[in-house]
Ligand binder design. Structure first.
Ligand SMILES: [Fe+2]
Ligand SMILES: [Fe+2]
Length: 143
């Protein structure tokens, strides 16, 4: 299965979270295909946006007293630690990291993020009500 194709199980049912995920996924695919000169800056920007997205999800989970907050946060932290180890000027390493991200991201969204959306729905809390990122999915992340 191609990892550059958006899969139906990646749509978790909260329109604003889905839009944020789609924007991140599209940026990963774009960067994987981008030329070397675009890749370095784009990789740093993607890392910033992922960091912001993860932080917003963790804020949502904290607000819900979410049972798997620890495990979900740990997975986010591991991914960020890997991304921060990549020198964006090393285009081979950056592309390999993107390939790995495109394998990891769908599974994470379809399982851990999906569970978060179920919990939000149970609590009757739309993500947009508490998350500025998810209220404006395509807004640039703060640097
Ligand atoms: Fe997510
Ligand atoms: Fe997540």
């Amino acid at each position: 299965m191609k990892t550059t194709t958006w899969l139906s199980e990646m749509t978790v049912g909260d329109p604003v979270i889905d839009a944020a995920h789609r924007a991140l996924f599209d940026q990963m695919v774009f960067l994987l295909r981008a030329g070397d000169s675009e890749l370095g800056d784009g990789f740093l920007s993607l890392t910033d946006k992922l960091e912001y997205d993860f932080r917003e999800e963790e804020r949502l989970m904290e607000g819900l007293d979410f049972p798997d907050l620890h495990g979900h946060r740990e997975e986010h932290a591991k991914v960020l630690a890997c991304l921060h180890q990549v020198d964006p000027a090393d285009v081979g390493a950056a592309r390999e990291a993107l390939r790995l991200m495109l394998k990891w991201f769908p599974a994470h969204v379809a399982t851990m993020d999906s569970a978060l959306v179920v919990a939000l729905r149970r609590a009757a809390v739309p993500a947009a009500a508490v998350s500025p990122l998810h209220a404006a999915a395509d807004a640039p992340a703060p640097r």
